[in-house]
Design a protein around this ligand. Structure first.
Ligand code: C2O
Ligand code: CU
Length: 479
């Protein structure tokens, strides 16, 4: 029961080809490859620039994207726990940009929110990001300037921090899952931030990809144990993935360890969410299977898994898979700042009026300026607006988010992780777990708590990027 709840709501967690062509790409993300060895001293050069990527297939037209170093996903960053990220981000685009390190509890000045924590990186300029992530796990980075367009064009990449002693696996693989809106000629449909996308579910595309590939094939061997790090980099698409007859074990959610549990129901990963799985590849040598998404009405095959003829071993490994417990401070609910957070607006949402730039206004007038959502009756259209939460450092905050709209919202808090306490009054897992982008389904209420221990002004916003652009955002100030 608890498990099912997790899968339906956790949903909640918000939680990610036998073409010879694609195999080198896969190995790019495998642990054993060279890029993996970024050390403390090495500086990562990453430039936001246009590139051409064969998203729809090696023999078909390339897509003009924007990517870090022109790739999609962008240059992979993989460091060890305790090491620093030391990245010089250049801008070879014709528009300003900035990089947000999603899910990392880092100093405010490194958070990458242009206009709030830094000035945008102008074309031709660069910015040096340097911080030491306090947590090992699966994270990602992405543009935080007009993200609904820049992330949609490909400006994102994986950020993996390896545990000191990770569980033993044969391969450690990243699947960054995304969703593109492409024309027949594989070019990107240039309708970013359309009124319809803003007021409905966000930009949902027609080409779902894994590591920038549509309908890719992933080669595996019978008996192999894979750690699969799923990262959902979509603008707004949520995924609910099933792995055929395999029964994956979830070992981490949003980069933080959970007590491992195996699942047969779909694994829900909301936009911006991450789920780490241990997959024991128990299929027959030479067989194949599809990873299927069924979050929306029409299920589709996300990627095919094809087994090599030669098994790796006869029976699956049985060594332990649990990660070390997270080291995030526990919120004190008996002495917390408690707040109800009501999300309203959008199509079919029934919001009549809200405060826009401090004044009550009718929704129609607000919509004329491109905004349709409100948090506690305030349209989050500016970065200098009064904070939704203003608290002293060290205080525990207890939030209950009510989604009063017709659409799911993956609600991301910058600079902190939140403990997911309940979903519609019930615990989604036997034990509460940490999240940074919990997916709140329509009409759902989700209870979260965190210690506001990271000083600065932080964004709290919907990661359906069109929703954020249309006002679904607020500020949390910690002083
Ligand atoms: Cu991943 Cu404010 O974002
Ligand atoms: Cu939303």
């Amino acid at each position: 029961m608890n498990r099912r709840l997790f899968l339906q709501h956790s949903a909640l967690t918000a939680a990610s080809a036998v073409s010879a062509f694609s195999l080198p790409r896969q190995s790019l993300f495998a642990k054993e490859t060279k890029f993996a060895k970024q050390t403390n001293a090495s500086v990562i050069d990453m430039t936001a620039k246009p590139g051409r990527v064969k998203i729809v297939g090696p023999d078909l037209a390339a897509t003009e994207v924007w990517g870090f170093n022109g790739q999609v996903p962008g240059v992979p960053i993989r460091i060890k726990a305790g090491e620093s990220v030391n990245a010089v981000v250049g801008n070879a685009l014709h528009v300003p940009t900035a990089v947000h390190w999603h899910g990392i509890r880092l100093p405010n000045a490194m958070d990458g929110v242009a206009g709030l924590t830094q000035a945008a990186i102008q074309p031709g300029e660069s910015f040096h990001y340097q911080f030491t992530p306090p947590d090992a796990g699966t994270f990602w980075y992405h543009s935080h300037v007009n993200a609904y367009e820049q992330v949609g064009r490909g400006l994102y990449g994986p950020l993996i921090i390896e545990e000191e002693s990770p569980p033993v696996v044969d391969r450690d693989i990243v699947w960054m899952i995304d969703d593109w809106r492409l024309r027949k000629d594989a070019s990107i449909v240039n309708d970013f931030g359309s009124g319809h996308d803003k007021s409905h579910t966000g930009r949902i595309g027609n080409v779902p990809t894994v590591n920038g590939r549509y309908r890719d094939i992933f080669k595996a061997r019978s008996g192999e144990r894979i750690r699969l790090r799923l990262i959902n980099a979509s603008n707004a698409r949520n995924f609910a993935l099933t792995f055929g007859k395999l029964s994956p074990s979830v070992i981490a959610i949003d980069g933080q360890a959970v007590k491992p549990f195996s699942v047969t129901e779909p694994i829900v990963i909301g936009a911006a969410g991450r789920v780490d799985l241990i997959l024991d590849m128990t299929g027959e040598p030479g067989s194949m299977m599809s990873v299927v998404d069924n979050f929306y009405r029409e299920p589709f095959n996300l990627i095919k898994i094809v087994y090599e003829k030669e098994p790796l071993r006869d029976s699956a490994l049985s060594s332990p898979i649990a990660l070390a417990a997270p080291t995030i401070p526990e919120p004190d609910l008996s002495n917390a700042l408690a707040l109800e957070v009501n999300i309203a607006g959008g199509a079919m949402g029934g919001l009549r009026q809200a405060k826009f730039n401090g004044e009550w206004m009718g929704l129609r007038e607000i919509a004329q300026q491109g905004y349709v959502w409100a948090i506690n009756d305030v349209v989050g259209n500016k970065l200098d607006m009064p904070p939704l939460i203003d608290t002293q450092r060290g205080r525990s905050v207890h939030l209950t988010i009510h989604n009063e709209t017709a659409f799911p919202h993956p609600m991301h808090l910058h600079g902190h992780h939140m403990k997911l306490l309940s979903v519609d009054g019930q615990q989604p897992l036997p034990e509460p777990h940490w999240v940074d982008s919990p997916l709140v389904m329509p009409r759902q209420s989700v209870e979260l708590a965190f210690v506001a221990d990271n000083p600065g002004k932080w964004l709290f916003h919907c990661h359906a990027l069109e929703h954020h652009a249309a006002g679904l955002g607020a500020l949390v100030q910690v002083t």
